[in-house]
Write a protein that binds this ligand. Structure first.
Ligand code: AMP
Length: 129
């Protein structure tokens, strides 16, 4: 199945250098930059440079080199931003929203890496029905 990618989305524009961003790391296949509306002291978005819409799209269609690059970058960011849990404190959350049910706002695959405060349980709004 072909998944349509809208190259006018805001992260595609960031990748093309058309709008500014606060880059924290860049690799051959991935870019990491600070979220413009941070939910915690550390809130980084990690994106592949390739045209993938969702995490599932990326995980199934990206090359092994892209997946390895992305995954290792997440690991490096956890270390560089000192997010790894130590004993009974510290830690972080990674999350990737996909599609309308998950309220994905930007249709370019991205991983939120959030930490630097107590995050509490994974929060989901009440069901409406
Ligand atoms: P999601 O709901 O998972 O699609 O999250 C999209 C995220 O992108 C939100 O947390 C926004 O704050 C963030 N965002 C939107 N525009 C920008 C931008 N220009 N630079 C950095 N982060 C952005």
């Amino acid at each position: 199945m072909t998944i349509a990618y809208d190259d006018q989305n805001i992260f595609a524009k960031i990748l093309r250098g058309e709008i500014p961003n606060d880059t924290v790391a860049e690799t051959e296949h991935s870019l990491a930059f600070r979220d413009i509306f941070p939910q915690a002291p550390t809130h980084i978005l990690v994106i592949p440079k390739g045209p993938y819409v969702t995490y599932g799209h990326f995980a199934s269609a990206a090359s092994e080199a892209e997946i390895l690059d992305f995954t290792r970058l997440v690991g490096k960011l956890v270390a560089d931003f000192d997010l790894a849990p130590v004993g009974d404190s510290g830690g972080y959350r990674v999350a990737s929203n996909a599609g309308p049910d998950a309220h994905q706002e930007v249709p370019h695959m991205h991983m939120h890496l959030v930490g630097g405060r107590i995050l509490g349980p994974f929060a989901m709004p009440e069901r409406k029905v």
